[in-house]
Design a protein around this ligand. Structure first.
Ligand SMILES: [Zn+2]
Length: 365
């Protein structure tokens, strides 16, 4: 590590020069759904509750090999953009396979759904089986976690069961939380489009008289390192509750804008000392995944943007001692970034010292 003149080049070691580019730590994308890469531009539903329903239908109509292809395509796109670490939530296991087969770094949070309290045990059985499969592929740079999806798709008993399971199995947790106004309406008042849809399925919906954050905290889900995705619909008390429990936040401003959820209060998160990383969310929401655009949408430019996309992202994932900066002793997760006519592109991307992308050779392994 250091200026060229000071770094020795041992015999037999390859020396690469990029006079027109910048060497950065690999970027960290704190929220993706890469198994949905094939669904970009497929969901024009303007309202959030029907949009979510439509995503579920589109997924149900997707054959499994397509998810695998999507995950691999999405991962290569990340690498082309200099992203070396992803925190991905999904339900098919495809992203775990892609990361394993292609040699990536990331945390794969297995999603679990189940709004009907009566089906809690079945959901847990399914989750346990999926985690068992994923764990076979886990390594030091490829972690398995769990994600009880969101308050309107997960019953209170299921939240509790997943939280207990995660603690017992020492699995990191990610939750979609306080994203839409409809979610608040659902949790607090037991009303709105999410409540109506569940009642149509014969599921009893209760008003909790709590904010989504307070409600999920009450189920025991939020602990040290729990990655809370979105956190737009929060007040000062909510943010304090997250800070006290050591939660971290994945901020996805462009997705929030597309769905008209509003803007998360980054300033308040920072004041409370919560680690915040930036995430793109899925192509179904934002079109092309572009972390630099997320940084710009959050008001970060220059070195601040780089910091948010690297070390702050690593911190949000609890990975700051291994990645996120060009520091001796950390893994060599690197991106050589050049600014071209189509924006910033990685000329070369390496994960733990292994080149995973090189401009002009899309099949680089
Ligand atoms: Zn998401």
């Amino acid at each position: 590590m250091g200026p060229d003149a000071q770094v020795p080049t041992p015999r037999g070691v390859q020396s690469l020069h990029f006079p027109d580019a910048e060497l950065l730590p690999g970027l960290v994308n704190c929220h993706t759904h890469l198994e949905l890469t094939h669904l970009g531009g497929q969901n024009a539903e303007p309202e959030f509750a029907p949009w979510i329903r439509r995503v579920r239908e589109l997924k149900e109509n997707t054959p499994h090999p397509q998810f695998l292809e999507s995950a691999a395509t999405g991962l290569r796109q990340c690498w082309r953009a200099g992203v070396t670490c992803i925190a991905d939530t999904g339900s098919t296991g495809a992203v775990m396979e892609a990361l394993h087969d292609l040699g990536g770094r990331g945390i794969v949070y297995q999603e679990v759904f189940g709004p009907d309290p009566a089906k809690c045990a079945a959901s847990m059985q399914e989750l346990d089986a999926a985690v068992l499969q994923l764990r076979r592929l886990a390594t030091a740079q490829l972690l398995v976690g769990v994600s009880p999806h969101a308050p309107y798709t997960v019953s209170a008993p299921l939240y509790k069961a997943v939280a207990e399971y995660a603690r017992r199995e020492r699995l990191p947790v990610a939750v979609h939380l306080a994203e839409s106004k409809e979610e608040t309406q659902f949790v607090r008042d037991g009303a709105g489009p999410f409540a109506e849809a569940l009642r149509l399925r014969g599921i009893i919906v209760e008003a909790r008289h709590l904010s989504p954050v307070q409600y999920v905290v009450k189920q025991g889900v939020i602990g040290r390192g729990t990655l809370c995705i979105h956190c737009v619909q929060v007040d000062q008390d909510d943010v304090q509750a997250l800070a006290e429990r050591g939660a971290t936040i994945a901020h996805c401003p462009r997705s929030n804008a597309v769905h008209r959820h509003g803007r998360a209060s980054l300033k308040v998160f920072h004041e409370e000392g919560i680690p915040v990383g930036l995430g793109t969310d899925s192509v179904v929401s934002v079109g092309e995944l572009d972390l630099w655009a997320e940084a710009a949408a959050s008001g970060f430019t220059g070195d601040d943007a780089v910091r948010m996309l690297t070390i702050e992202g690593a911190r949000a994932l609890g990975w700051e001692s291994e990645i996120g900066s060009l520091t001796r002793g950390k893994a060599a997760d690197l991106a050589v970034i050049a600014v071209g006519p189509t924006g910033r592109q990685a000329v070369l991307t390496a994960i733990a010292g292994r080149i995973v992308h090189r401009a002009g050779s899309p099949q680089a392994r």
